[in-house]
Ligand binder design. Structure first.
Ligand SMILES: [Mg+2]
Length: 103
């Protein structure tokens, strides 16, 4: 296991690519986007629950895990669309003074 402090966006995206690219490519962007949004929904539910709100949930209740799931599916979408996330983040947020205003 990679120590969290040593983990990079590039390494995680590569891990997701190496492990899942064939399956993810076969599913394609529309289906993968549905999975991504499902995970965003699970994150919303977990955040809601962590705030002491909301009722019963159906799985996906660990807040940290849901953040990880969203990042994993974002990497998947990037992989099947030819996007290097580390480069994209660097160019948009770290180069120059970063974006002005909202993200
Ligand atoms: Mg989840």
């Amino acid at each position: 296991m990679t120590e969290p402090s040593a983990l990079t966006i590039e390494a995680f995206q590569r891990f997701i690519r190496d492990r899942y690219l064939a399956t993810d490519s076969a599913r394609g962007t529309p289906g993968t986007f549905m999975w991504f949004i499902e995970e965003v929904g699970e994150l919303a539910t977990a955040l809601h629950k962590a705030a002491g709100e909301g009722g019963a949930t159906t799985g996906g209740e660990n807040l940290a895990e849901e953040f990880a799931d969203v990042l994993a599916w974002l990497c998947t979408l990037a992989n099947i669309n030819g996007i290097d996330l580390a480069r994209a983040v660097s160019e948009k947020y770290l180069a120059r003074e970063g974006p002005e205003g909202t993200k």
